[in-house]
Design a protein around this ligand. Structure first.
Ligand code: M6R
Length: 629
């Protein structure tokens, strides 16, 4: 997730670009840059205009402090704040990216899935690449199309280039040869445009535009917008002109930064379909039927020879690791131990060069997890990091890394990164299964098909009527002081994560337990009206979990049952099962279910916390990144 801005007008572009980027910095903050077209004095169009680029790794403050910005003049330009996906944060990988001659400059948000093929093709045609980004191919492609047909203009060149791109993108383009034109295109990544009497404006979200206009056009997939001072034209990738629909915004600036959501947490919950889709993107080669995890860059013989796996992580990441334990053991048939990272190195674990240690961390900066992985490396174990922040300490120090592509998460409570961690970890599990031959390729592709349905299934959980039902349930929690979450198998990590979300943001006492464990002690705490959230989506242990639910109901617990539509509900009716509330979740493979079931529990925690007037984005006593032991 990166931030994009574009401006063309009858006044200097730089103030708008910098102000807009500062507002979009929450979308990415590992590098920033602008490209502005500086007009020459020569009257021949384009002949002495230049595209000036100023960019640097680091935050907006680093960009703003560059003396080079002082000399930048020009009325049209584009800008970018980056959240690295392909290529570590560095000067070369910062945007804008240009073609070989520097005539065309682009900024990009998203992932170009076929960039390797395109890059090879463009290199063969003589293009020289200077970055590791997937984005650079766009600049070269536009330039190649532009040179092939100079008469048709920049918009047509961008259109042709985009037809070659696979994946998700929002792009802004400028070219020296058409100095007051800014072109934008989107596919599966947000892009909005606006126009005033003397300017054309482009951005990844409204917050960057509303200082200039409150009437905006939300571009749809495969639409291309051509902006000039005071004018906007929208067309599709076939060249047909499209009549854009204008939306008037009443939001204040802060609401616009949250995309209109009340909090970043809610926004991030709603971003989950996209985040999971991005994590799964470009991992499977249809032609060969093979799963590939390029980032692993690791000797496959080494992975074939491992005889044990440890997962180390903290908090929510630990819960994702626990979900992965079930998947790795089932699919790869390797023993997996899961450790709270702060316990790992002090308990003298047994590991050697044939052990694989997977460190899971959103931030990649959690000291406990980093220290556990360092310790594992000292003992010659192979370390894979599953991280969200590119080039974070954990990612740099590990032997290999798989990124989660969730984009920046602002809310302290992890939501979208949890789902993406499970997705990434399960991809690692399937990759190991492929390598070690523990699953047939048809089995792997069946599971991947189910994984690819998850974004739509998550979207359906977020539908208004479901959310209303969860809100209604949350309203019943006003006098609650204690709550229990139970599940078995993959429902257990879901229960733990549901309870953590509840306590973290609502400050309510909530405990997660394996459902079968209640009778060994915690059942003593169940009395009339205590809410017990039971995760009983379809699995090989759902019938057993239902028996545990009955034990709780018999002691007066108020059961809130998470289940799939269909068979189980029939069973509940037939057995006159004492369930007060049923929250339905679409059905999927049981090992993928935590990625759906958890969404309901995030929403439940969110609405209980809101009803209690909590600051869900910044819960008390907690920090987003914990860099102390
Ligand atoms: O950045 P990490 O994933 O390593 O962070 C680990 C925990 O601190 C984190 O998951 C924490 O538990 C979250 N606040 C949970 O919502």
């Amino acid at each position: 997730m990166c931030g994009i801005v574009g401006f063309t007008g009858r006044k200097p572009a730089l103030p708008f670009l910098l102000e807009g980027l500062a507002r979009l910095e929450y979308r990415g903050y590992d590098s920033a840059g602008v490209a502005v077209i500086e007009r020459g004095s020569d009257s021949t169009e384009g002949s002495s205009d230049v595209v000036s680029i100023v960019r640097c790794p680091g935050k907006m403050a680093d960009l703003m402090s560059l003396p080079a910005l002082d000399g930048v003049r020009g009325d049209a330009g584009i800008g970018h704040t980056r959240w690295a996906t392909h290529g570590r944060p560095s000067l070369e990988n910062s945007h804008p990216q240009t073609d070989c001659t520097g005539e065309v400059a682009i900024v990009h948000n998203g992932i170009i899935e076929n960039f390797r093929t395109l890059r090879a093709e463009l290199e063969e045609r003589g293009c020289t690449f200077r970055s590791d980004t997937d984005s650079e191919v766009i600049a070269h492609l536009v330039s190649v199309e532009r040179s092939a047909d100079r008469k048709s203009g920049l918009v047509e060149a961008v259109r042709k280039a985009c037809r070659r791109l696979e994946g998700a993108f929002a792009i802004a383009v400028v070219a020296q040869s058409d100095p007051d034109l800014v072109v934008g295109v989107r596919r599966e990544s947000p892009l909005v445009a606006g126009v005033t009497a003397d300017a054309g404006l482009l951005a990844s979200d409204f917050s960057a535009l509303i200082s200039e206009t409150r009437d905006v056009v939300v571009l749809e997939d495969d639409q291309i917008v051509a902006l000039r001072p005071g004018s906007m034209q929208v067309s599709d990738l076939d060249g047909n002109i499209v009549e854009p629909t204008c939306t008037h915004l009443d939001w204040d600036l802060e609401a616009a930064e949250r995309g209109g959501y009340e909090d970043f947490m809610l926004k991030e919950i709603h971003e989950q379909p996209r985040a999971v889709a991005d994590t799964l993107r470009n991992r499977y080669n249809q032609a060969t039927g093979k799963l590939f995890l390029d980032e692993l860059r690791t000797d496959s013989d080494l992975l074939k020879n491992i005889d044990k796996v440890f997962v180390v992580a903290c908090g929510t990441s630990y819960h994702a690791g626990l979900a992965a334990k079930y998947a790795i053991e089932h699919w790869v048939r390797l023993p997996v131990e899961i450790d709270i990272a702060s316990e790992f190195r002090y308990r003298d674990p047994v590991l050697d060069s044939e052990t694989l240690v997977i460190g899971v961390s959103q931030s990649g900066e959690t000291l406990d997890t980093i220290a556990a992985c360092r310790y594992a490396k000292q003992l010659q174990a192979k370390v894979i990091a599953v991280a969200n922040v590119v080039d974070s300490t954990l990612a740099r120090e590990a032997d290999a890394v798989v990124y989660t592509h969730a984009g920046p998460e602002i809310g302290v409570a992890a939501t979208k990164t949890f789902l993406c961690q499970i997705a990434a970890l399960e991809l690692v599990a399937l990759y190991l299964a492929q390598l070690r031959g523990t699953l047939y390729s048809s089995e792997i592709s069946d599971i991947l098909d189910e994984m690819h349905s998850l974004p739509d299934q998550i979207e359906s959980i977020l539908a208004e009527q479901n959310v209303d039902q969860i809100k209604a349930e949350a309203a019943r929690w006003s006098g609650v002081t204690d709550a229990f979450y139970i599940g078995r198998g993959p429902g257990y990590p879901t229960a733990l994560e549901g309870a953590l979300k509840m306590k973290e943001i609502s400050y309510l006492h909530a405990e997660g337990y394996p459902a079968g464990e209640l009778k060994h002690g915690p059942l003593a705490l169940i009395e009339d009206g205590v809410p017990v959230v039971a995760v009983v989506t379809n699995s090989n242990v759902s019938a057993k979990t239902l028996s545990n639910v009955e034990e709780v109901a018999a002691r007066g617990g108020r059961i809130i049952l998470l289940t799939n539509p269909g068979a189980q509900q029939e069973y509940l009716k037939e057995h006159d099962f004492p369930v007060e509330v049923i929250l339905e979740v679409p059905e999927t493979h049981q090992l993928l279910a935590p990625m759906l079931d958890s969404v309901v529990l995030q929403l439940l925690a969110y609405y209980v916390a809101k009803a209690r007037g909590r600051n869900v984005d910044k819960p008390r006593n907690l920090a987003k990144t914990v860099t102390v032991e």
